[in-house]
Ligand binder design. Structure first.
Ligand SMILES: NC(=O)c1ccc[n+]([C@@H]2O[C@H](COP(=O)([O-])OP(=O)(O)OC[C@H]3O[C@@H](n4cnc5c(N)ncnc54)[C@H](O)[C@@H]3O)[C@@H](O)[C@H]2O)c1
Length: 387
C-alpha cells in the first residue's frame, strides 16, 4: 500500500506530514512511501533523508496523489487558501488523512465527500488514553502554546525574567493566560521557564490544579459556568450573559498584566470575546496580547486574524497557524501521531477500517460520497445515516 506525502501548500506553512524517522515503522507495517520532492526541506528534512529511509521522491504533485493513502497536515478544508487545488487529484475510495476542519464549512466538507475520498479528520480524534499517541490536536496545541510565548517575548519591550544586575533589579514580566487547555498550559510552562510571573484562568474548574502544578496562580472568578465541561472534556458554550460577567471580572487581571495570551476556544463555535477594547485601553503601553483564537473569531475584540496590529499602545498579535512556525518539531510530532494512526488502521498488512472501533468511527469524516461522521452530521443538522 502506498502512502503519498504532498508538499504542504498553505502559504507560509513549512511543515510536512511525515518525517524520515517514521519511515522504518511504516515500511515494517507494509507501507511504501512516496514523497513530493522538497516536501520536508523547509522543516529541516531534505529529500536525501527520505531517500535514505527508502521513500520514493516524486516531483509531480498529481502523481503523489495517485497513492492509496494521502497524508497532509492541512488538507482542503483546513487549508482554505490553496487546498481546493488538490480536489481534482482526489480519487474515489482513496484515503485522505489530515486536518480537514470538519465543523467549518458544510459546502467544503460536502465537496470533499463528493470527490469520493475516505477522509479521516485528525481534529475528531477521541481524547482518550488509547488515542493519545494519535492526538495531533494536542501536538499542535503544545507547539502553538510554546511559540505564542516566544512571539509575545519578542514583541514585548521588557525582559521576562527577574534580573539582579549591577544596573539594578529588573522585575519579571506578568503573563496572564486565558484558556488553560493544551496550548494554554504549554504557554504557562514556557513563560515560566522564561522567568515570568504567571496567572491563568479557565472556565473548567479542573484546569485549576493543572495551572497550579505548573507554578501559575489560578485566577478565581466568582461565577460558575453551567456544565463547564462536556463528556469529552471540552468546554461547553455559555450564554452571552455569562460571557459579559466574565469580561467584567477579567478586566482587572488583564490590566495588571504585561502580556495576555488567549487560548479559549469551543470546538465548532465562534470563540468567546473575553478581552474587550476597553480592557486593552486600560493596559500599560507596550503590553502584548497574543490571540490564539484569532482564526476562530478571536478572544480579543480588536485582534485581526493573521495580523499584528498596535492599538491603544498595545501590540495585538492575531496569530494563525502558529504551530507552522516551529516546523521541525511540529512535523516530527505530527508524523508520529499519523504513524500511530496508520499502524492502528493496519491489520496483517491490510487496511482494517472497523466501524466498531471508536478511533475509526470518530475520525472517519467522509466515505462513499457522503459525510458519514455522526457528530458532524448532527452539527450540520443533516439527517442521521441509517446504516
Ligand atoms: N488524551 C487526553 O485525555 C486529552 C488530550 C488532550 C486534551 N484533553 C482534554 O481535552 C480538553 C480540551 O483541551 P484543548 O486544549 O483541546 O481545549 P480547546 O482548545 O478546545 O480549548 C482551550 C481551553 O479554552 C477553555 N475555554 C473555553 N471557553 C472559555 C471561556 N469562556 N473562558 C475561559 N476558558 C475557556 C477551555 O476550557 C479549554 O481549556 C481539556 O479538558 C483537556 O485536558 C485530553
Amino acid at each position: 500500500m502506498i502512502i503519498g506525502v504532498p508538499k504542504e501548500s498553505y502559504p507560509g506553512d513549512r511543515r510536512v506530514a511525515l518525517v524520515p524517522a517514521v519511515l522504518p515503522t511504516l515500511t515494517k507495517a507494509g507501507f511504501e512511501v512516496h514523497v513530493q520532492t522538497g516536501a520536508g526541506i523547509e522543516a529541516g528534512y531534505p529529500d536525501s533523508q527520505y531517500a535514505d529511509k527508502g521513500a520514493k521522491l516524486i516531483a509531480d504533485r498529481a502523481a503523489v496523489f495517485a497513492a492509496d493513502i494521502v497524508v497532509q497536515v492541512l488538507c482542503y478544508g483546513s487549508n482554505d487558501v490553496t487546498g481546493k487545488e488538490d480536489v481534482p487529484f482526489f480519487r474515489r475510495d482513496q484515503i485522505l488523512i489530515g486536518f480537514l476542519r470538519p465543523f467549518g464549512s458544510l459546502d467544503v466538507v460536502q465537496e470533499i465527500a463528493r470527490a469520493g475520498v475516505t477522509a479521516f479528520s485528525v481534529e475528531l480524534m477521541p481524547r482518550t488514553t488509547r488515542a493519545q499517541s494519535m492526538d495531533a490536536l494536542s501536538s499542535m496545541g503544545t507547539v502553538c502554546g510554546y511559540k505564542a510565548v516566544l512571539l509575545a517575548a519578542d514583541s514585548h519591550p521588557r525582559i521576562f525574567p527577574m534580573l539582579t544586575t549591577a544596573a539594578g533589579t529588573v522585575t519579571p514580566a506578568r503573563v496572564f493566560v486565558i484558556g488553560a487547555g493544551v496550548a494554554g498550559l504549554q504557554a504557562i510552562a514556557t513563560a515560566r521557564r522564561l522567568g515570568a510571573v504567571i496567572s491563568a484562568y479557565d472556565l473548567r474548574p479542573a484546569a485549576k490544579e493543572q495551572v497550579q502544578s505548573l507554578g501559575g496562580r489560578f485566577v478565581e472568578l466568582p461565577i460558575e459556568a453551567k456544565d463547564a465541561q462536556d463528556a469529552r472534556g471540552y468546554a461547553t458554550a455559555q450564554d452571552e450573559d455569562f460571557y459579559r460577567r466574565q469580561r467584567e471580572l477579567l478586566g482587572k487581571a488583564v490590566q495588571e498584566s504585561d502580556v495576555v495570551i488567549t487560548a479559549a476556544v469551543i470546538p465548532g463555535k465562534k470563540s468567546p470575546v473575553l478581552v474587550t477594547e476597553d480592557m486593552v485601553k486600560g493596559m500599560a503601553p507596550g503590553s502584548v496580547i497574543v490571540d490564539l483564537a484569532a482564526e476562530r473569531g478571536g478572544n480579543c475584540e480588536i485582534s485581526e486574524a493573521g495580523k499584528t496590529v498596535v492599538k491603544h499602545g498595545v501590540t495585538i498579535i492575531g496569530a494563525i497557524n502558529v504551530a507552522a512556525g516551529v516546523p521541525y518539531h511540529a512535523s516530527m510530532m505530527y508524523a508520529r501521531n499519523i504513524t500511530a494512526f496508520l499502524t492502528h488502521l493496519i491489520k496483517g498488512q491490510k487496511l482494517n477500517l472497523n466501524p466498531e472501533d471508536e478511533i475509526v468511527r470518530e475520525t472517519l469524516l467522509t466515505r462513499g460520497g457522503e459525510i458519514v461522521n455522526a457528530r458532524v452530521r448532527e452539527f450540520f443538522t443533516l439527517p442521521a445515516l441509517t446504516s
